[in-house]
Write a protein that binds this ligand. Structure first.
Ligand SMILES: Nc1nc2c(ncn2[C@@H]2O[C@H](COP(=O)(O)OP(=O)(O)OP(=O)(O)O)[C@@H](O)[C@H]2O)c(=O)[nH]1
Ligand SMILES: [Mg+2]
Length: 341
């Protein structure tokens, strides 16, 4: 893509042109130099949206809930961007947002933009691509951005890093199952939702989750302090002390029940973050982390460009043969690259 074409696309996307937005998301999804050029152009226009992550085990009703949330925000006259990382039910299949009718309702609304992410990305690229797609929608002016990911370890943590507010979706289940997921939930949840409240066991699930939160309430600091800690020079000043206790809400997304309460809780979380200074702190941590990631990546690329491939391979063999240790080997390679520069 030449530069003037990219400038045009960015200008159109900023003005809300849907085709341009779609094109830019595809570009950032692919990564590489072009993606970076797009991201640097849109960056000054980001930072306005409320990014809400929706995560949880497969089939808990995340997509159905996302559709209901989108409808509720539209009633408030807010525009909504939706990014879904959804390997089990791609949008192309038509089943993604719970059912076809829900999906069609949303897809025809010009103030809703829905995008599903390709799950076969480059190494570790999915979380980055998802965040970048959300940034494009943010720049394009969508007020609320709902990001759905299937909860599976690292992807949950990644989405929590990017989102301002993270919802963890649960459904009524046996006590054992609740126990099994509790560690992960406490790390990332700002709001816990027990969906499918029409099914038996919803109240027990809520009680179990509340009990779990009680156990954790002895800790003065909740999860963000840990999650966003960054080592080294980029670490910020004092961590803001905060005391947000994730509310546990019941919903029945299928019947649109409990959605207003959920929308209120999401708004309350944003307000809490702003008033406590946590919002600023998280923005700071996100920027520091992003800068650090880019620096690492760029420096590594530059280094690898200067070291001949065979030298790397030989070094690996030396390490395997215990002729050299990886620490001195790395130092030697860096020294060699400096000489070559
Ligand atoms: N009984 C009941 N079923 C629900 C409710 N919400 C969603 N479902 C159903 O649960 C199934 C899964 O819903 P989805 O919204 O696709 O769930 P999901 O979490 O997005 O699923 P994946 O993206 O595949 O992980 C569908 O058949 C929904 O109709 C609810 O409140 N009650
Ligand atoms: Mg889904």
């Amino acid at each position: 893509m030449d530069i003037s074409r990219m400038d045009d696309l960015v200008a159109q996307a900023l003005a809300g042109d849907r085709r341009a937005i779609a094109r830019l998301i595809s570009t950032v999804e692919q990564g590489g130099a072009e993606a970076r050029q797009v991201l640097s152009r849109i960056y000054p226009h980001t930072g306005r949206a409320h990014i809400v992550g929706i995560t949880g085990a497969p089939g808990t009703g995340k997509s159905t809930l996302v559709a209901e949330l989108a409808k509720a925000y539209r009633k408030q006259n807010l525009s909504v961007g939706i990014v879904a990382v959804d390997p089990t039910s791609p949008f192309s299949g038509g089943a993604i947002l719970g059912d076809r009718i829900r999906m069609r309702d949303l897809a025809t609304d010009p103030n809703i933009f829905i995008r599903s992410m390709a799950t076969r990305g480059s190494l570790g690229g999915l979380a980055r691509a998802t965040a970048d797609a959300a940034h494009v929608l943010d720049a394009a002016g969508y007020a609320v951005i709902l990001v759905e990911t299937v909860g599976a370890g690292q992807s949950e943590v990644d989405i929590a890093r990017m989102a301002h507010t993270t919802l963890v979706i649960q459904m009524p289940a046996s006590g054992d199952e609740i126990q099994a997921i509790k560690a992960g939930i406490l790390e990332i949840a700002d709001i816990i939702v027990v969906n499918k409240a029409d099914l038996p066991g919803a109240d027990q699930a809520v009680a179990a989750l509340e009990a779990m939160l009680d156990l954790n309430s002895g800790h003065t600091e909740w999860h963000h302090g840990r999650l966003f800690q960054i080592e080294g020079v980029l670490a910020g000043g004092d961590q803001v002390k905060h005391s947000w206790r994730p509310p546990v809400l019941k919903t029945c997304a299928l019947r649109g029940e409990g959605i207003e309460e959920l929308v209120q809780a999401i708004a309350a979380h944003l307000q809490y973050q702003r008033e406590s200074g946590l919002h600023q702190q998280r923005e700071h941590d996100r920027a520091a982390e992003q800068l650090q990631r880019i620096l690492r990546y760029t420096l590594l690329e530059q280094l690898l460009e200067r070291i001949p491939k065979h030298a790397l391979q030989e070094t690996v063999e030396h390490i395997v043969a215990r002729e050299q240790d990886p620490y001195s080997a790395a130092e030697a390679l860096i020294a060699q690259a400096r000489l070559l520069s």
